[in-house]
Ligand binder design. Structure first.
Ligand SMILES: [Zn+2]
Length: 189
């Protein structure tokens, strides 16, 4: 009898007005319903991670000892959270990230440690702080090490490998943190 009955309602996901068949219909369609639930689940997961205490275990500290910068996966490992949570921290401005080049985001270990020490995970900051490039002055490329320390490329690679120093590539250049290299080579001179 009431098959033509419709009521104007606002979709709980896309906020568009639609013709609902019942007064309790919340979504304009299955897709919005699905997306709403996915968003809700994601938010619940993020909230759970905020509550989870971060512990920098000795094992993890050993793993990142000679590393000055981390990709999102290692950052997640260091903080004991998921990778999506690291992205959440970046997108909400709690963690500074650098987009070195397409498809790779790095985070300075010092920023992770600062975050950990400050215990301000739950305090929202207002501005998104994703920067385009790291302070490139903090890094050497291979040619610069070669010039400064007068050692061969092979010796440099050997040194990087032996000391488990983290490196990253931008275009043709491979970069390592000056701090890592200086701490080893300046002591030898
Ligand atoms: Zn909708």
């Amino acid at each position: 009898m009431s098959s033509n009955f419709t009521i104007q309602r606002k979709c709980a996901y896309c906020k568009q007005t639609f013709n609902a068949k019942t007064t309790v219909t919340r979504f304009c369609g299955k897709l919005c319903n699905k997306r709403f639930n996915a968003t809700k689940q994601r938010n619940e997961k993020i909230e759970a991670e905020y509550r989870q205490p971060s512990i920098l275990s000795a094992q993890v500290m050993q793993f990142v000892k000679n590393v000055e910068f981390l990709d999102t996966q290692k950052a997640a490992l260091l903080l004991g959270v998921s990778r999506s949570f690291i992205y959440h921290l970046i997108n909400t401005g709690k963690l500074v990230a650098y987009n070195l080049f397409i498809r790779r985001t790095i985070i300075l270990k010092s920023d992770i440690e600062r975050l950990f020490q400050s215990r301000t995970l739950a305090i929202p900051l207002s501005k998104k702080q994703v920067r385009k490039m790291p302070r490139i002055d903090d890094f050497y490329n291979m040619g610069e090490i070669h010039e400064k320390f007068k050692i061969s490329d092979a010796a440099i690679y050997n040194l990087i490998k032996r000391n488990n120093i983290d490196k990253f590539q931008v275009g043709r250049f491979i970069y390592v943190a000056k701090k890592n290299i200086d701490s080893i080579l300046l002591n030898q001179i």
